[in-house]
Design a protein around this ligand. Structure first.
Ligand code: DX5
Ligand code: ZN
Length: 219
């Protein structure tokens, strides 16, 4: 099933409630970008944001940890209400231990790779992760253009995921718009992150609806 995970990095937080309500019919997940100013040169979304939205929303909270020490952040974000905790393969020497620690908290575990990291960094963990996140921009900022060089990773991961027979979301994140989303889903991505394409649009509901239709190849 193809689903949207709108990135709240591009949300106007003053208008958070009305903007989120507009896109809820199209998006069973919400994507929270957590940035520490070290792993990426930007700061974003702390656990207080997750906690305050969790009190009102029952969507799947998809937390993307772009931080240097993900092991220090899994407990606070789990407590705040995350459902999925995704860390970067580049940020840990022991991805297996981190996956186990996330599962021990009763949460789903995701692993992500930056544009220059090969899929081999993920393959050894397909027997235990719940989500794989392929970055299609350099992490750190919303509103960047998708890097075509990242696309070849998606069919490789799709094939390897299918071989496992396990349920693993194959998420793509960065630079995804109405006019390129089909490329990603036709290669095998089934969870689509979009920030600026939704929240910077004049009509976020229409943008989310069109993105989802295009993602599914419906016109
Ligand atoms: C980038 C973040 C993305 C970002 C996507 O580091 O991981 O989730 O918000 O934003 P857009 O869709 O605008 O590229
Ligand atoms: Zn993200």
């Amino acid at each position: 099933m193809i689903r949207l995970s709108p990135s709240l990095l591009s949300l106007d937080f003053y208008r958070a409630k009305e903007e989120i309500e507009k896109i809820r019919p199209y998006a069973p997940y919400l994507h929270f970008d957590v940035m520490d100013g070290h792993f990426v040169p930007n700061l974003a979304l702390g656990e207080c944001i997750v906690k305050s939205l969790r009190a009102h929303l029952n969507e799947v909270f998809d937390v993307h940890l772009m931080v240097e020490k993900p092991e220090d952040f899994i407990v606070p974000f789990a407590k705040a209400g995350a459902d999925i905790l995704t860390f970067h393969a580049e940020a840990t020497e022991d991805a297996g231990a981190l996956i186990d620690a996330i599962h021990a908290l009763g949460k789903k575990a995701g692993i992500s790779i930056k544009p220059n990291t090969p899929v081999e960094a993920i393959l050894p963990y397909l027997d235990r992760v719940d989500l794989v996140l392929v970055m299609t921009v350099e992490p750190g900022f919303g509103g960047q253009a998708l890097l075509e060089s990242c696309l070849a990773k998606i069919p490789v991961l799709r094939e390897e995921i299918n071989k496992t027979g396990r349920e693993i979301d194959l998420e793509a994140d960065g630079g995804i718009k109405c006019d390129n989303v089909r490329k990603l889903t036709s290669l095998g991505a089934d969870l689509i992150v979009a920030g600026s394409a939704i929240f910077a649009a004049a009509d976020p509901a229409l943008a989310a609806k069109t993105l989802l239709q295009n993602a599914k190849g419906e016109h």
